[in-house]
Ligand binder design. Sequence first.
Ligand SMILES: [Mg+2]
Length: 410
Amino acid sequence: MKITDIKATTVTVPLEAPLRHSNGVHWGRFVRTIVEVETDEGIIGLGEMGGGGESAEIAFEALKSYLVGHDPFCLEELKWKIANPTASLYNNRTQLLAAIEFACIDIIGKKLGVPAYQLLGGKIRDEVSFASYVFFRYPNEETGQGEVRTIEQVIEHVRDLKKKYGFTSHKLKGGVFHPDYELKVYKKLAERFPKDNLRYDPNAILSVEQSVKFAKAIEGLNNDYLEDPTWGLNGMRKVREKTYLSLATNTVVVNFEQLSQNILNPAVDVILLDTTFWGGIRPCIKAANICEAFQYGVAVHSSGELGIQLATMLHLGAVLPNMPFAIDAHYHQLQDDIIIGGKMEYVDGKIKVPTKPGLGVELDREKLEKYADLYKKLGGYPYDRDPYRKDWYPLLPNTEDKWADENKVK
Ligand SMILES: [Mg+2]
């Protein structure tokens, strides 16, 4: 079989409300590039990529000269053709490789008539557990609804998410307000939902000292782990020396070089694998296998996803033995999806692993067109800026005058 064409379509799908994080804001929508890899046998494979609010269409266009004529079954060769580690010093194509890998796995599954998990070792679970992803949110621009800022709003939001989706583990995305305020919010969550598990992720914006203070203050609560409190392997190592909490990361161990360093001199305990950051589903499985051998826990990170990327996370989650934690997804924050059947359904905090051949999802062409048009209308946005805080940018670690004010709506 041979690849004959690669088509990329940028879409924008609305979120319930703008999501605030330490580096900026998801401006009320996700921008994703949907990839269709065509073959000489008429089978089309689907891939997806994010990109911090921007389109990646041009980058996929540039891959055609490398990949037209490539056999989609040759997944290992694919990596060496477009993401050789030293050639990548000039053109880092890890995320592009991931989207093409998804599409090739989709093609192989469709050709053989088997779901992706069958190609990846076989599933050991039929459904995957998700944590709620709780963001501080600005109100929706159009409706004025959906704000999450005060402690009571956070509690109400989590209550609503539990009711709608059945989550029993909650991730508070912090790094927006002063850590003393976010600590109050976290403790209140623990008090109001005593049977549920919690995790806090300020996207590495705290100093080592603030991280230790936060860690000590939440020891004894029902924590899954503390995620990326501070920046850098050595920063994390210094925090880890002073708390018994497990530390997790999706920022400082995102490739095999860093994983090997973490094994030689541990800084984190739980590796949050991301099918995009690591260059595909297969590298995530390889990393999980290494983690299993060295007794590290793994879970799955969310870099924002529509149904195609979500399917890759589900197939990954289905085949990993060493996954003691619910995985992350922004998915419940979305208003819609571009796959046939609409958004996948959560039951008791879990989503069923697709069982149709390949990734098991298909494009809804009308939705694709609708959200491609919305992208053309609205364009991209800088994910690492806040539309309501002109001239603001964060520091790592952040300082007093850079935190948002918890008493202000905008
Ligand atoms: Mg994180």
